[in-house]
Design a protein around this ligand. Sequence first.
Ligand SMILES: Cc1cc2nc3c(=O)[nH]c(=O)nc-3n(C[C@H](O)[C@H](O)[C@H](O)COP(=O)(O)OP(=O)(O)OC[C@H]3O[C@@H](n4cnc5c(N)ncnc54)[C@H](O)[C@@H]3O)c2cc1C
Length: 455
Amino acid sequence: MQEITLDQVDTSNYDVIIAGGGAGGLLTALALTAEGKRVLVLEKAERLGGVWHSYWVDGYRVDQGLHVITRVTRGAFVRFLKTYLSPPPKFVLHEGWQFRVHDKVGTIPSSIGETLRWPLTGWRGRLGLIRIGAKIKTMKLEEMQKYKDISFLEFMQSEGATNQVMLDVMQSAIYMAAGVPITEASAYEALRTLKDTDKESSKLGSAKRLIMGSGEYDEGYVISGMEELIKRVIETINGDYVLNSPVEHIHEHDGVVTGCSVAGKTLEHNRIVSNIPLWAMPNIIKSENTEVLDFFKRWSNMKPTHGITLWLGLNKIVIGDRKNRVLVHPSPNRWIVSISSFDPSCAPEGKELVAIAMMTIPGKSKDEMIEIMKGNGLEEYHPGILEYAEMEHVQMSYATRAALIPGQTDLDRPGPRTPIKGLYIVGTDTAGSGVGLQQAAQSADGVVKALSEDI
Ligand SMILES: Cc1cc2nc3c(=O)[nH]c(=O)nc-3n(C[C@H](O)[C@H](O)[C@H](O)COP(=O)(O)OP(=O)(O)OC[C@H]3O[C@@H](n4cnc5c(N)ncnc54)[C@H](O)[C@@H]3O)c2cc1C
C-alpha cells in the first residue's frame, strides 16, 4: 500500500474504501488483497494501526501495551498472518504463567495431580477447582450461551464454586481477557475463554489451563514486535492510504451508501467498510432514515476496556525469563513480563525491557496507578528492581472497544452488515468472537465474507 494525498484520490481505482486503519480495517484490507481487490484506507491519525502499535523510546522498542499474542499456532489473527504474509511472522512462546497470591506463587496446574498439590489453596479450594473445571470442560457452547446475561461471579456462585483464592485467581485471569472484573464479565464470554470453545478466540488461555490442565502454551510474542508486523501488513495490502484524514461523514441515499466526506471533499463509492468506533458513528452517518439512525444510536454507548502499561528499560538483566507473572494479591489485576527475554532486539544489548500492565482503576489518577504498579506490583516480586531503571514510559488507552459484559457479547454485537446497503462495520466493538487482535481478525473475517457474498 502506498501513501497518497487526498488530492490524488480517484475513487474509481478502488473496489472498497476503508474508513479507519486500525487492526480491523487493515486485516480486512489484507484479506481483500488476497481476493484481488484494491482498497483505499482513510485514516484520521498520522499513522496506521490504531491501538495496534509500537515505537521507540530512548533505545527501547515498546509496543502499545502488552501485546501478548494468544493462539500463536492457531486462531483467527495468526491465520490471517500465516495466510497472507510470506514468509509468515515468527513467534516466541512464553514459558508459563505464575500467579502470585501474597507470598505464594503457583504455576498453572497441568493435571489433576498438580491441581491437588496446587500451593495457592488448601484442600477444599483444590477440590472445588477440579469440580468446576470438570463442569466447564464438559459444557457445550449452547449451554454457555444461556449464561450470556449473567456475570461470571453469579455463575460460579450458582455452581457453589466460591473458594476465595480460586475466585481471585479467576478474577485476575478474566480481567486480562474481558477487561472487567468477574462481577461484570459475561459468564458466557468467560466460560468460552476458559474452555476455548472456538479453538481460537480466548485471550488468556492460561486461565483455561489453570482449571483444565495442559502442557502447551499457545501464547507469545512476535519477533520484531508490532512495528514490523504492521509494516509488513501495510506493505502487502494492495491499494493506497491517506493519513491525517478523518472521515467526517458517511452518506446514504435510499438505504444505500453513496460515499464519504473528508476535509469537505466528497468521495463517492458504493462499498465502504468502517473501522471507526461505533461510539462515534451517530455523528458520522448522514441519513434521514430513522431505522439507520436508531441502529447507530443503539450501539454508540458500548463500554470499552482501558489499560495502563508501565515500561521500564533496565540497565542490566534482572528478570531474564519468558514467564508471565500475574499478581493476584495483595491487589489483583497486575501483569509483569520481561519482553526483551522474548525478543532481545527491543532493548540495547545486555539490558532488559520489562512491562507491567493492568486494567485502569476507576477513580484513580495516572500517577496513583503508576505508584500502585511500582509499589505492590513490581517491587513485591523483584525488590530493588527500580534502581536499575534508566527508561520509564507510561501508556494509557482503550484496549478493546467493547468489554465482554452482558449486552456486548459476541452474540449481541452488530455487524458485519448495517441497515445501509454497502456499508459494513469492523473492529473490536462489532461481531466477532474473542478479544483484542483475535476479535479484530474475526470481525474482519465476517466483513470479507459478507462483501464476497454481496459483490
Ligand atoms: C494496552 C493494550 C494492550 C493490548 N494487548 C493485546 C494483547 O495482548 N493481545 C491482543 O490480541 N490484543 C491486545 N490489544 C488489543 C488490540 O490491539 C486492539 O483491540 C485492536 O488493535 C483494536 O482494533 P480495532 O479494529 O478495534 O481498531 P482501533 O485500534 O480502534 O482503530 C480504529 C482506527 O480508526 C481510526 N479512526 C477513528 N475515527 C476515524 C475517522 N473518523 N476517520 C478515519 N479514521 C478514524 C483510528 O485513528 C484508528 O486508527 C491491546 C491493546 C492495547 C491498547
